[in-house]
Design a protein. Structure first.
Length: 202
């Protein structure tokens, strides 16, 4: 499967499509600085989701966006968090904000997982979930090092640091990031408060 990546070239950025395994090797070989900081423009990755393939910048459009990541599908804490995000659909809409999940499993797994999320949370998740089984998004957003890979028989511990929230403005710049350990559930009331503060001050 081809995945898009914005990467440094002659002091500029260029969108290319490369297989995930080749990308991971290239990142390790070239030792790219994948750090993303507040006010940086997020990489315009072309992502595969359970709702189709698109570029992040096109998907955001003129809206605010929240990208929240998870180390593995079907885990209890992540399932309840996705359920909470689904139940806050009206709040996101009021704030002209799109939400998108990231998990290091396939799009087909995400479709099955959403059935569990609906059963647990009581509402069908309407947002897409990125299939980051090649770790492209996790590495581009500095949640994993460039040399990271998924071993056979992996557990959530192998991608434990993929537990972040990113708030992105309509200008495609990162406005806020929070990373949580696996043992601590995310407080989406706090995410809403932070989003309100960012929108008020923008």
């Amino acid at each position: 499967m081809l995945i898009g990546l914005v990467h440094l070239k002659d002091r500029g950025f260029e969108l290319q499509l490369v297989p995930p395994d080749i990308l991971s090797k290239a990142l390790k070989r070239e030792n790219y600085d994948m750090t993303i900081r507040i006010n940086d423009t997020i990489p315009n990755l072309v992502v595969n989701t359970d709702q189709g393939t698109f570029s992040l910048h096109d998907w955001i459009g003129e809206n605010w966006a929240i990208l929240f990541s998870h180390p593995k599908d079907f885990t209890p804490v992540c399932t309840t968090e996705f359920g909470e995000v689904a139940n806050l659909a009206d709040e996101w809409e009021k704030r002209h904000t799109k939400v998108i999940g990231v998990s290091v499993d396939s799009a087909e797994d995400h479709k099955l997982w959403k059935q569990d999320i609906e059963r647990v949370g009581g509402k069908k998740p309407g947002f897409p979930i990125i299939a980051d089984d090649g770790l492209v998004v996790s590495k581009a957003f500095d949640m994993l090092p460039a040399e990271a890979y998924l071993p056979d028989g992996r557990t959530p511990n192998d991608s434990a640091t993929v537990r972040s929230v990113f708030i992105i403005g309509p200008d495609k710049q990162l406005k806020l990031s929070i990373t949580y350990p696996m043992t601590v559930g995310r407080n989406f009331a706090e995410v809403l408060r932070a989003l309100d503060a960012l929108q008020t001050s923008s």
